[in-house]
Ligand binder design. Structure first.
Ligand code: F6R
Length: 249
């Protein structure tokens, strides 16, 4: 596992964009796993800037997002579909048919989950999966206790996660109680993983994930078992790591 500590969020975003760009340069038809939330917003802004500058060619990539709220249609302003349109897809030439997010309003969510797994497999698997981390150590919406062999499925959101995401909704009680999320196994099958963490609110989760025991109580700790993980964090998120960690830049 490679650990990089960025000076600030700007540098974190640039380093993350360097990783994504390198994967796409090596394989123009790369399959990218993408995350929503605050953390990758700077990465997406960098990718948009590089695409506009002609430095990054996203025309052949395929994307699969980690998750979507159950019950929200793609038109809902707080849906992850809208988030991805606003921060990335509206601004770059990724082909519409190669963009994948679970459908939150699928009439048969279980069938939607199975179809999502099948679509990832049909695309040849994920070359690079971008992850954020929850304050409770979740990855995707795999909350503490999620089995390591889980695949895309309907999951319950914890009160902590709903509260953390309430800022995107008009009222806290509008935050859905469930989501469709890639599973831990789905994530671990990605050939490379890029975990991003910013801010002191992530410091405890980062320390537990990177240096604690591998346990379902801290879903991100499973990443210790993946052969190709890069963690890019800012100093605040790295604040509870042992002093020697993070010098791998
Ligand atoms: C988002 C996702 C979540 C977030 C995590 C951190 O698609 O799956 O695991 O990455 O909740 O969110 P932020 O970046 O908002 O702190």
């Amino acid at each position: 596992m490679q650990q990089l500590i960025a000076r600030d969020y700007r540098e974190l975003s640039r380093l993350a964009a360097d990783r994504v760009s390198a994967v796409v340069a090596e394989k123009p038809a790369a399959v990218l796993g993408l995350a929503t939330g605050s953390t990758p917003i700077g990465l997406y802004a960098e990718l948009v800037a590089r695409s506009r500058a002609g430095e990054l060619d996203l025309r052949q990539v395929t994307t699969f997002n980690l998750d979507e709220y159950l019950g929200l249609p793609r038109t809902h302003p707080a849906s992850y579909w809208q988030f991805m349109q606003a921060h990335l897809f509206r601004h770059v030439p990724v082909r519409a048919e190669r963009i994948h997010l679970p459908r939150g309003d699928a009439p048969d969510p279980e069938a939607e989950c199975r179809a999502y797994e099948a679509a990832i497999a049909a695309a040849g698997g994920i070359d690079l999966q971008v992850l954020g981390i929850g304050g409770n150590g979740h990855i995707g919406f795999n909350e503490p206790g999620a089995p390591f062999d889980s695949v895309t499925r309907v999951v319950d959101l914890t009160a902590e996660t709903r509260a953390a995401n309430a800022r995107f909704f008009a009222r806290p009680d509008e935050v859905p109680r469930q989501a469709i999320s890639m599973g831990i196994r789905t994530i671990m099958q990605a050939r490379r993983i890029l975990l991003l963490a910013s801010g002191e609110g992530k410091a405890a989760a980062v320390a537990a994930a990177l240096t604690g025991p591998v346990t379902t109580a801290v879903p991100a700790s499973v990443l210790q078992r993946h052969p190709d993980v890069t963690v890019i964090m800012d100093a605040a998120a790295a604040g509870l790591l042992p002093a020697a960690a993070g010098s791998g830049r």
